[in-house]
Write a protein that binds this ligand. Sequence first.
Ligand code: NDP
Ligand code: GDR
Length: 329
Amino acid sequence: MRSALITGITGQDGAYLAKLLLEKDYKVYGLIARRSTDTKWRLRYLNIEHEVELIEGDLTDVTSIIRAMKIAQPNEVYNLAAQSFVGTSWQQPQLTAQVTGVGVLNVLEAIRLTDSVAKFYQASTSEMFGLIQEARQSETTPFHPRSPYGVAKMYGYWITINYRESFNIHASNGILFNHESPLRGIEFVTRKVTDAVARIKLGLQEELRLGNIDAKRDWGFAGDYVEAMWLMLQQEKSDDYVVATGRTTTVRDMCKIAFNKVGLNYEDFVVRDPKFYRPAEVELLLGEPQKAKEKLNWHAKTSLEELIEMMVDADLERVSKEIRVSSGN
Ligand code: NDP
Ligand code: GDR
């Protein structure tokens, strides 16, 4: 039986990837950080809480990762753990550097120090492209990150390549563009919008405060993207791949789609709030996923309209349930 260790298993991607690997009959281990509140809600949502084996540890504590490696004896390691919210990376740049940057080194060192032959996946990001130098971003587009998060991810990207070249580790970078789902954290813009649409529709909220709605993103569905992660580790040689839909949309148009879905006009509810503008912005992301298509036979299956519909429906259901519970019905 193949086994996999996933860091960040309680996050959006970690939960979907765990489900995918369980369906492929892997034994799935997850590194779980100690928190004062429960973080397993996504695993419960996908009905896999009791199917995975959780090992306590933190990306900043290399001994805990070594311990996890010894317990899991994995064939594959997926490093998805990170301080992943771009906005927070200006408030907590040191923490972001330690977790999102140096944390990658800790996982690679844990692989090396345990003499593991596990294949390694690093969750790299389109945020590394940052200040746009090419209209469509591919594996050969130069990087210019625009946030402490993007800078930390650059370290993770290069240390992954360096360990591949230095120690012959099968280590791949997935340069993933934004991907969303009903399990997306509430602070990210798609989920913030679909949650607000549900609350406004059901009479619990009156407006939606947003920052730069002219920013453009290449949004896909997380469930599709975790398949690309797995495919990268099934290749004979490790490599780096852009994973994207190849279509870009403004935050404004994404709002339009979400509000239209429940028969409302976004212009009646969206309020611009300087609080949500970033010190430096990534204005345009548009991926060129040709290499993933050719080498991995992967393509995004879910359109933005289908994705937003899925998220609005899930939020309507969740908010309706909250209302029923609070009114005792
Ligand atoms: P989430 O923010 O949903 O999940 C992050 C995970 O990392 C959580 O499980 C979190 O645990 C864990 N984590 C945070 N800090 C630590 C730490 N110090 N030690 C151990 N675990 C920690 O992110 P996503 O699932 O959306 O993204 C997965 C990865 O992919 C991230 O690395 C992200 O930067 C990257 N990425 C994401 C993209 C996207 O659009 N979603 C696009 C490109 C890259 P807890 O639940 O306890 O907080
Ligand atoms: P991003 O995602 O920064 O691209 O990083 P996010 O959804 O936070 O922002 C997307 C764009 O929307 C604009 N925006 C707002 N964003 C938020 N969160 N809240 C707002 O109110 C708001 N108003 C406008 C932002 O300025 C931005 O332009 C995500 C994360 O998952 C990263 O971990 C990952 O690496 C990248 O995607 C690819």
